[in-house]
Design a protein around this ligand. Structure first.
Ligand code: ZN
Length: 577
């Protein structure tokens, strides 16, 4: 799936970042090295999204996202790396080299075809004697054959002829491995899914991209999902969105277990979807926003469910989606609710589900006696503060008018008060943002939690090494460059290895050319660290200083003896997960 170097180079040369970003984000006049605009990846009112024309990268000082032109398209159009490359090629009117397209496209087509054939085989197992175990289970959960068919449900037996059947259809073991339909263990290949009720995961284009299997026994995880493959990206897809996108409901119900989704569709709620074993990601939220303006959250009625709801509300509201929360009482999940109380009761629940704002405004109102003048003032103070925090101007106006009505005061006065508080809120937010940016220990940490530095002193020096190599690739031939293993930060270690590798192979080093090798998080980290000043006039000396610092920290770090062990554990973990 690699594109030729010279093609990527031509593509990025003909896709100017200011031009490309400018067609999505309104960029202000240039100030200093950068153009600024409102970040498309997080909600903000003061521009902190910078586009750097000389470095050909973007970086958001608010949310930390960054990268080159290809990353930008991947992020904003929700595309994989090769698809983003094709998108840009099409935009720039450049021909994508035929041979690579066909090789890459061929492999994807093979995996998709293997998934489709596997889904068909799992479905056929339902009518075999061995499949009775699964149909009994489905009957127990009251899943009708018609709905099973609509979802393409199937059964993966414990011991089966799955591999033989797939080989007979012409798939190689490597293709089956790449599709994560089989895995390799100490004793050879084994079926990924065994004794599980199978839910094919179908994307919005109707292609089977992976599977989710629910265990019928007690062994193993309740749900097992396919690993990420060339055609399956968990964070960018949702279970049942292929069906929900056709719904006329006007909203999408977001829930969790696949069984719940099937139960909801069966009961007539055909706009239900689930995230795939992870909490809702911003990419999934953006995908949802293409099909609806309104989301109803319907998570399990327990601590984990409430947490998941709160997290999802944050992500969805950033996209200006209307969010309502369903409160189920007397049942732990929608499946149980519908089974015990019926579909009509659930529909009432849906219709009565409160708007987040309604819910919060009503709780404020309940605290005060609005016939008393002093309490009325206190109510207005609290209610206007709440309304001022809403991102949409129309929304603020609507609720301001409501608050005025409740308190029996003039609308205009309340609207003005809300906007005054809104301004206050924004200037306070901006100040905090600025303070955070000026605090070195705060910006020293990557925005992504997973990438946090545990040794910030060493990491600062590691950043320095990466920055120098990027800006001055000739330094790669300096003696005494540290081994990648000496890096304390895993992300910086990856970036360093890839950078060094490219330089030594004589390949180009630019943010754009690295897009295919770094994860989006690593890319954001790279772009951020590139913006710190560097003494290039004496790069060699700076490099030596950084290297010495890394060595020093390595020796001082009591855990450094554990590095080898940690690496081993990590390799093992990577193998199994
Ligand atoms: Zn941002």
């Amino acid at each position: 799936m690699a594109f030729p170097e010279n093609f990527i180079q031509e593509l990025t040369e003909r896709s100017d970042i200011v031009d490309v970003v400018g067609s999505y984000v309104q960029l202000s006049k240039r100030s200093g090295a950068n153009y600024f605009g409102l970040c498309p990846f997080h909600n903000e009112r003061t521009p902190s999204f910078a586009v750097n024309p000389s470095g050909q990268f973007y970086h958001c000082f608010g949310c930390g996202k960054g990268g080159g032109v290809i990353n930008f398209i991947m992020e904003i159009e929700n595309l994989s790396y090769p698809d983003a490359v094709r998108f840009l090629a099409n935009r720039a009117g450049i021909q994508v080299p035929e041979e690579t397209v066909s090789r890459d496209a061929k492999k994807r087509a093979r995996l998709l075809s293997a998934n489709k054939d596997a889904a068909r085989w799992f479905y056929e197992q339902l009518t075999t004697p061995g499949g009775k175990r699964c149909t009994d289970y489905m009957a127990g959960r009251r899943i009708s054959p018609a709905v099973a068919k609509r979802f393409g449900l199937g059964y993966a037996p414990e011991r089966s002829g799955f591999q033989q059947a797939m080989r007979a259809k012409g798939y190689t073991d490597w293709e089956l491995l790449d599709a994560d339909l089989i895995r390799k263990g100490e004793h050879g290949f084994y079926d990924t899914f065994r004794d599980r009720l199978m839910f094919p995961i179908i994307d919005v284009r109707g292609q089977v991209i992976g599977f989710s299997g629910r265990t019928l026994g007690d062994a193993g995880a309740k749900y097992l999902n396919s690993r990420e493959t060339l055609v399956f990206n968990k964070g960018r897809n949702l279970f049942a969105l292929n069906l929900a996108k056709k719904s006329k409901a006007g909203y999408i119900i977001l829930s969790e277990g696949n069984i719940d989704i099937v139960a909801l569709h069966q009961a007539g709620f055909d706009s239900a979807v689930a995230s795939l074993g992870t909490s809702l990601t911003p990419e999934q939220a953006r995908l949802l926003s293409r099909y609806t303006n309104e989301i109803i959250l319907c998570y399990d009625n327990d601590g984990a469910g409430i947490k998941a709801s709160q997290r999802a509300i944050g992500i969805l509201e950033r996209l200006d989606l209307k969010v309502r929360v369903l409160r189920m009482t007397g049942a732990k999940d929608p499946d149980e609710y519908i089974r015990t109380k019926g579909a009509d009761a659930f529909r009432n629940l849906l219709e009565g589900s409160e708007d987040q704002v309604d819910y919060r405004l009503n709780s404020v109102k309940a605290k005060y006696d609005l016939t008393q003048d002093d309490q009325k003032v206190a109510y207005l103070r609290e209610a206007t503060a709440l309304v001022a925090s809403l991102p949409g101007p129309v929304e603020r106006q609507v609720y301001a008018i409501r608050v005025a009505g409740e308190a029996g005061v003039g609308q205009e006065a309340v609207i003005q008060e809300v906007e005054r508080r809104r301004k206050q809120l924004l200037s306070r937010a901006r100040k905090t943002e600025e303070q955070n940016m000026n605090r070195p220990e705060r910006i020293a940490q990557p925005a992504e939690k997973e990438l946090r530095y545990h040794d910030p002193i060493s990491a600062a020096a590691e950043e320095g090494v990466v920055r120098l190599l990027y800006l001055e690739p000739a330094l790669a031939s300096e003696p005494g460059l540290p081994d990648a293993k000496a890096f304390s930060s895993e992300a910086l270690r990856d970036i360093y290895s890839i950078l060094l590798d490219r330089i030594r192979k004589g390949e180009a080093v630019s943010v754009a050319s690295l897009a295919g090798s770094l994860t989006p998080e690593e890319m954001s980290l790279l772009v951020r660290l590139l913006q710190k000043p560097e003494q290039l006039s004496n790069g060699r000396k700076a490099l030596q200083d950084y290297v010495a610092k890394i060595r020093e920290q390595n020796e001082a770090d009591p855990s450094s003896d554990l590095n080898a062990l940690r690496d081993r554990l990590r390799e093992r973990k990577g193998y199994h997960s």
